[in-house]
Design a protein around this ligand. Structure first.
Ligand SMILES: [Zn+2]
Ligand SMILES: [Zn+2]
Length: 142
């Protein structure tokens, strides 16, 4: 409760009113200046410091989120690339099997088919050597 300076000093119960210029005590005591005691403005600096800290933490969290999102995007791109590679290999294998079947269906007597089969074997070898690296010179020694 707001008390006037005089009442606050003499520790009296003050009844200030907007209707009268002075409180009852000041009126009776003949005190001319009845003004409410100065109420210090609450110190917001500590709260402001907390807000400042939270703002910094917020920015840090935001940049972490950005980094995680970027990493997730990168991972998605790599996942898509791996899937495309798998699909490409499966298609290549499927085509090769079909080609093999075509040659087989044509019959062994067809010279052209035999030639194609040889090419196919060569192609398969190339594929195998591409997957498992070998050193061609090592078998001849040095
Ligand atoms: Zn008073
Ligand atoms: Zn007063």
């Amino acid at each position: 409760m707001v008390a006037c300076t005089a009442c606050s000093k003499s520790r009296q119960a003050c009844r200030m009113s907007s209707l009268s210029a002075r409180c009852g005590n000041c009126y009776r005591s003949g005190i001319a200046t009845c003004v409410p005691v100065h109420i210090p403005v609450p110190d917001f600096s500590s709260i402001n410091r907390e807000i400042e800290k939270l703002s910094e933490a917020e920015e840090a969290a935001e940049s972490r989120l950005d980094a995680e999102e970027q990493a997730a995007t990168d991972a998605l791109v790599r996942t898509q690339a791996a899937r495309a590679e798998l699909q490409r290999l499966r298609k290549q294998k499927r085509l090769l099997k079909r080609k093999e079947q075509d040659i087989f269906d044509k019959g062994w007597d067809d010279a052209e088919a035999l030639e194609q089969l040889e090419q196919l074997e060569l192609f398969n070898q190339e594929m195998a050597s591409a997957t498992v690296p070998v050193h061609p010179m090592s078998q001849f020694g040095r």
